[in-house]
Design a protein around this ligand. Structure first.
Ligand code: BJW
Length: 251
């Protein structure tokens, strides 16, 4: 057995009828060519994206923050879902007990891979929010010009994402926490497990008796607290899991 093979317990839970939670992070989109937040590849023009993902950064310099998000939108529009995204869509469609897919990602690649019910904890690159009245609208254009974009009311628009210090969408967080409490298996893929409250979900799942599996080539603060680690790229491990329970993947 290699470290990428699922244990018999994981296979049994995945094939069985019990509820499954999947929590994804930026690493799941890495094989689509999108940069992660942390680590040497996670820098943008010499700046740490975490310093750009705050309301304070936007208030101080909206143009710089908008240039970052415009770049992110262009990168995401040019990217394609990878086998990891496709495997999760196949799991949702083909698994008897369904799947609660909870993502921290804002790139829309799960939806583009065919996942129908995605719980988005940190919003979406494709939502714009009016800074005057908070109303959100979808805008799928890859590039926005001129920057910063403006609402028809004249106020500046901001990206419809969740920055540090901001609350997560209450309905999405409630759904994610319920799924964590109810699941018999939790798969945690491509996240550094340092950003809360998302990072608390695997712990909630384990406290409620779930088998928790981490899929990540690198160890994280969660690693000592999981039942199983599959130390490989999500685009390789997730399709293996899907095939292990006899489901087909699109070619
Ligand atoms: C691969 C791979 C491959 C690579 N396959 N894997 C409790 C304790 C301490 C602090 C807090 C706490 N509760 C709240 C906080 C504060 C804060 C926080 O967590 N801070 C910590 C960092 C210390 N949290 C918040 O502020 C949150 N808000 C909040 O709690 O509000 C409370 C409130 C209530 C009421 C009123 C007001 C407030 C909000 C957090 C928002 C996070 N936002 C961002 C930006 C989103 C928009 C955007 O995308 O630009 O979300 S920051 C960034 O981090 C982004 C990500 O979703 C998030 C997580 O990152 P992720 O996905 O884990 O990516 P990486 O890069 O960190 O990791 C990638 C991993 O992939 C690595 O491990 C690689 O090894 C791996 N990998 N290739 C598999 N092929």
């Amino acid at each position: 057995m290699t470290s990428l093979d699922p244990s018999p317990r994981l296979r049994e839970l995945l094939a069985g009828p019990g509820p499954v939670l999947v929590l994804t992070g930026a690493g799941v989109s890495a094989e689509s060519g999108l940069a992660t937040f942390r680590g040497p590849e996670g820098l943008w023009e010499g700046r740490d994206p975490r310093e750009l993902a705050t309301p304070e950064a936007f208030a101080a310099d909206p143009l710089t923050v908008w240039r970052f998000y415009d770049w992110r939108r262009r990168s995401a529009a040019a990217a394609r879902p990878n086998p990891g995204h496709l495997a999760l869509a196949a799991l949702e469609a083909g698994r008897a007990g369904g799947l609660s897919l909870v993502t921290q990602n804002v790139d829309g690649l799960h939806e583009r891979a065919g996942s129908r019910d995605v719980v988005r904890l940190h919003g979406s690159l494709w939502l714009l929010r009016c800074t005057a009245d908070g109303r959100e609208s979808e805008d799928l254009r890859a590039a926005l010009a001129p920057l910063p974009p403006r609402c028809e009311c004249g106020a500046m628009l901001r990206p419809g994402v969740v920055w540090f210090g901001e609350p997560l969408p209450a309905d999405a967080l409630a759904r994610a926490e319920r799924a964590a409490r109810d699941c018999s298996l939790a798969l945690v893929a491509g996240t550094s497990s340092v950003v809360y409250p998302a990072a608390a979900l695997p712990r909630i799942a384990r406290e409620h008796g779930a088998h928790v599996v981490e899929i990540n080539p690198e160890p994280t603060p969660l690693s000592p607290h999981v039942d199983e680690r599959l130390a490989g790229p999500a685009g390789e491990v997730l399709p293996r899991l899907v095939r292990a329970i006899g489901l087909e993947l699109p070619a």
